[in-house]
Design a protein around this ligand. Sequence first.
Ligand code: SAH
Length: 347
Amino acid sequence: MTNIFGMTLVQLQETLKPYKVPAYRSKQIAEWMYQKGAGSFEAMTNLSKQLRETLAGELVIGRPNIKARLDSKDKKTTKFLLEFDDGTAVETVLMRQSYGNSICVSSQAGCSMGCAFCASTLHGLARDLTTGEILAQAITINDMLRDEEDGQKVDTIVIMGSGEPLMNYENVIGFLHLVHEPYTLNMGYRNITLSTSGIVPQMYLLADEGLPISLSVSLHAPEQALRSALMPINRKYPLTDVIKAAKNYADKTKRRVTYEYILIDQLNDGELQAKQLANLMHGQLASVNLIPINPVVERNLMRPSKERIDWFEHYLSTHHVTVTVRREMGTDIQAACGQLRNKHLSD
Ligand code: SAH
């Protein structure tokens, strides 16, 4: 049976042609699926009973199962483990921020990047997610907000969950287009952020897509040797090339790039690194987001003291760098990358 969840309206119209479904009906079906939570044709009450039965015999609306749901004590963060038909499970996180409901979606099940500090990569890459599977994460949470939280919706999306989005380029671009459509979430591109470990060729491609999304670059170290030690991908795409590609993105899109910098005690949080980082940022349309590490005890990667974090922030801000420190959400529900999925894999 053909799965129609994840299709664009044009693809849907093409698929429904043999059943003599007129164009406006295809649009209604898309809206049922993407805006009204329909998981079956049965629910689409403005279609004739006969049409519903015919379609149900040949097509499916593939939605993930909510395998687990965890709410933080303060109720601001909710983490979902979503399972697709083949048993593959991914994590999606909802953060109820002051500026709206922000979700963090995964682009791959697992990850092949091998970053030293990241739980998503511990079991390697299981597989890429399809456009529909990335969209399904947003739709599932949007449905929940609408039905259970007074008609609220997803306001912003960060592609910062498990996986390297630029290693799953076509499906991620498909997702960006689809989630923007008026028959899905009608999401403004400016409300979407994509985070990458620095896949240089695809960073150039992305700059030419003409999509005004925000780009975040996972930097984590201000010089080559340390970055290679933390992020093996840096050997293939060195720091200087990543910075060049990020500058190109800012030039082409006129959008400020954010550099993510996880602070790890005694490793990348010293005066030398602060100086190197400030130099690196000089003259860029960019800001730095400092992220106190979620400790990886096995690897002795620990969080710096509050004093060291404050010092690092202060150094940057007094050296002409726009800097923020990421507020923590959901540490009591294993909301850091890949933690919940790993638990699921080992259960
Ligand atoms: N592959 C992409 C997107 C997924 S990782 C990328 O590298 O950007 C996204 C972010 O997760 C990383 O930048 C990092 O900020 C965060 N992250 C991963 N492991 C972490 C940890 N142990 N503590 C804090 N943040 C972490």
